[in-house]
Design a protein around this ligand. Structure first.
Ligand code: DON
Length: 445
């Protein structure tokens, strides 16, 4: 077993062993077929942003997705209709109530959010139905793309819920009676029941969560399933509403967007980090897998996964803050030295976002504090610039230039250029030495 496989798999296995004996909780029985599940089943799975798969226990055992389908169908509705339109029909406020409560907004009748049944039925109904692309086929295709493989329906579980799902039918009729249900309530609920009966494994759920964490691109297949902004919107609603009336406590103690389901599936997503899933059908009173909750909470504690824990305080964005005369290749001449003294230099490394760009610009100011000379930004060891960081660095250099200061970048990969821009607006060189030499040669003094 390789180093990574060992480290991550060992953590999952250890949690599996630790909680396999936890036998509190009950099987869901209001959908009779779910009461036939093996109460001992317990699987854990984690998928990284590189598509590395790790698992322990029954991670390949199939079960029905149930409420864990809700964020993904919400994602489909959002990507087809946009947040403004979807929000006309379903709100995004935590209900503080159970999953099957009548969580409808006073006055409008709009469901509180798309994670409770009322809102999920509306989200399902919002998915367009067309002869060439029937609503349920679109939903099944979308869930399959999130999972990275073709999923199917457990017809027994579907029939079982269809035979007993009067509460959901009542909810749909109630929503329709107050306004916000864009279709026939009976048809909406039948599609919702089928969506809940889609068969998955813990590994599938980890891939689905990882796709949301990965900005909507499935890290196993490379398929862009939903736009980046939709993935962020869905994670936000999972964070505030995904665990129903336990959402606040979950965000407080575990700190990850999550979604539970009554068959025992539970997902949690670490944005830009991982997708995590558990399967174990014994449920607590909120309808969440007992072993799944224990395992994910402990994993979050041990590995420092809590979102508010600020894991991103990296100290190593800026690798150099100086003036060119302090650099190794200083030419001998006094005149040349004086010129180079007037060249501020800051070097950065790694992937730059807003936070990193602020550090880099601050460093460039420090390097040239009180000066009027040139400034060189060394991006040779920068591996990625997001659009915000690019705009900030370009803006920072433009401000120096507007102050009459000569500026140059060492940017061999053209990262500072806007996509499609051929020659940058900033003078660009392939190495720091060339950028410094150009600035020093043209500096006055
Ligand atoms: O609508 C229902 O009651 C089920 N098909 C799904 C509910 C569910 O999974 C709640 N989650 N914990």
């Amino acid at each position: 077993m390789s180093a990574a496989t060992g480290a991550v798999t060992d953590a999952l296995r250890e949690l599996h062993t630790r909680y396999a004996g936890a036998d509190e909780g009950e099987l869901a029985d209001y959908i009779p077929e779910l009461a036939l599940a093996d109460p001992g089943a317990f699987g854990l799975a984690l998928i990284s942003m590189d598509g590395h798969r790790y698992s322990a226990g029954d991670a390949g055992v199939p079960f029905t997705v149930q409420s864990v389908s809700k964020p993904f169908v919400y994602a489909l509705a959002l990507s087809l209709l946009g947040l403004d339109e979807v929000s006309r029909w379903v709100n995004a406020e935590p209900s503080g109530e159970a999953f099957n409560a009548i969580s409808l907004e006073r006055g409008t009748g709009r469901p509180a959010n798309a994670m409770v049944n009322a809102g999920a039925i509306v989200a399902t109904a919002l998915v367009p139905d067309a002869p060439g692309a029937p609503r349920f086929e679109r939903i099944l295709d979308c869930l399959s793309r999130f999972a990275g493989r073709k999923l199917d329906v457990d017809e027994e579980v579907y029939a079982s819920e269809a035979a007993t799902g009067d509460r959901n039918r009542a909810l749909a009729h109630l929503i329709r009676s107050t306004g916000p249900l864009p279709m026939d309530p009976v048809a909406a609920v039948e599609t919702y029941f089928r969506q809940c009966a889609v068969r998955v494994t813990a590994l599938d759920l980890a891939a689905m969560a990882a796709t949301l964490a990965h900005g909507g691109v499935n890290p196993l297949t490379g398929d862009r399933v939903v736009p980046e902004h939709v993935a962020a919107q869905v994670l936000a609603v999972m964070a505030t509403c995904g665990m129903y009336d336990a959402s606040g406590d979950w965000l407080l103690r575990v700190g990850l967007p999550a979604k539970s389901g009554v068959s025992g599936g539970l997902i949690a997503a670490g944005p830009a980090r991982f997708g995590l899933a558990a399967y174990s059908p014994l449920l607590d009173p909120t309808g969440t897998s007992v072993r799944g909750r224990l395992a994910i909470r402990t994993l979050s504690d041990r590995l420092g996964l809590h979102l508010m824990h600020n894991p991103a305080l990296a100290g190593a964005t800026v690798t150099l803050v100086t003036t060119a005369d302090e650099l190794p290749a200083v030419p001998a001449g006094e005149r040349e030295r004086a010129r180079r003294e007037r060249v501020a230099v800051a070097a950065a490394q790694g992937a730059l976002d807003f936070t990193a760009a602020e550090r880099v610009l601050y460093a460039l100011d420090e390097a040239g504090a009180g000066r009027t000379g040139a400034a060189v930004l060394d991006l040779v060891r920068v591996t990625d610039l997001d659009t915000v960081a690019r705009a900030m660095l370009r803006g920072g250099l433009a401000r120096l230039a507007a102050d009459g200061r000569r500026t140059a970048v060492a940017d061999p990969d053209g990262r500072l250029r806007e996509p499609g821009e051929k020659t940058g607006t900033v003078r660009s060189f392939t190495s720091r030495d060339e950028a410094v030499a150009w600035c020093a040669a043209t500096a006055s003094g």
